[in-house]
Ligand binder design. Structure first.
Ligand SMILES: [Zn+2]
Ligand SMILES: [Zn+2]
Ligand SMILES: [Zn+2]
Length: 276
């Protein structure tokens, strides 16, 4: 499987839209990997994860085959992960579809984000955008991927989940946005005897804002790595990557990437691809 990070920032983007802080100034000055758009990833160029307001730019920059993408998983109902109004651009006259493109796109998620998509597309693109509500801890087949939504330690009003995605003997844990995982996840993952090839962890707090609930910083991510290894859910072959950054964590890519490389973590940037 190939995972590509399209957007790697938290809600405000980095530099943040209206911000004058030092971390935002520095990101603007250094440019390149220090510029982060809102959250979105894609697996094998065909399974989208999240649909932020920066989806349009991700489509342009990465030449995404958006007309042919059949499935999009939504992690939760926060605007840096779901901007449902843009699904309406798939409606008649806004999108001319033919052949393979004419198939509908299905959006998968928990009840709240799915309801938001249904409301946004009602009367415009409902015939071209389908939805499916996922139950936590129940594995479903999504376009040939085994997908399981499990609990996130994140805003309960956003109906938040993280995803286990498996295909062809490889398993990814995509854990944004979340703090230290709740016990329900550990029990489930251990009972299933999972072993992750790739773990993408929330690192909103970066090096300097150390969160354990709602989001994580580098300390919490290091704890999580050790806990996953101790539980046998990961081993020395597992690739760990930090993702979803905010200016509140202050360390721009150029600072955090070398520090965390020493500790065995990749640090995501917009456009980064990892093959597992
Ligand atoms: Zn977020
Ligand atoms: Zn800032
Ligand atoms: Zn969130």
């Amino acid at each position: 499987m190939k995972i590509k990070y399209l957007g790697t920032a938290a809600a405000e983007g980095w530099p943040a839209l209206f911000c004058t802080c030092e971390a935002c100034k520095l990101a603007r000055e250094k440019g390149g990997r220090n510029i982060r758009t809102r959250s979105q990833s894609i697996i094998d160029d065909r399974l989208l994860i999240d649909f932020s307001a920066d989806t349009y730019w991700h489509f342009i920059k990465n030449e995404l085959p958006m007309d042919r993408i059949r499935a999009c998983l939504i992690t939760h109902a926060h605007e840096d992960h779901l901007y449902p109004e843009d699904f309406c651009n798939r409606r008649q006259y806004f999108a001319y579809l033919d052949g393979e493109s004419a198939e509908y796109l299905t959006v998968y998620g928990t009840e709240k984000p799915v309801q938001m998509v249904r409301r946004a597309t009602e009367g415009c693109a409902a015939d071209r955008i389908h939805t499916q509500v996922l139950e936590r801890f129940k594995t479903v087949n999504v376009e040939g991927y085994e997908v399981t939504a499990i609990d996130a330690d994140h805003d309960p009003h956003a109906d938040s989940v993280i995803y286990i995605i498996a295909r062809g003997g490889k398993t990814i844990l995509y854990a944004h946005d979340t703090g230290i995982f709740p016990d329900s996840d550990w029990e489930y993952m251990i009972a299933r005897g999972l072993r992750f090839d790739y773990v993408s962890l929330d690192c909103t707090g970066g090096l300097y804002a150390q969160y354990e609930h709602g989001h994580m910083g580098t300390d919490a991510c290091e704890k999580m790595r050790l806990k996953l290894l101790a539980a046998g859910l990961a081993d020395e072959r597992t690739v760990f990557c930090l993702n979803h950054f905010s200016h509140n964590g202050r360390a721009i890519y150029d600072e955090i990437a070398p520090k965390m490389a020493e500790k065995g973590f990749l640090v995501s940037y917009d456009g980064m691809e990892v093959e597992i």
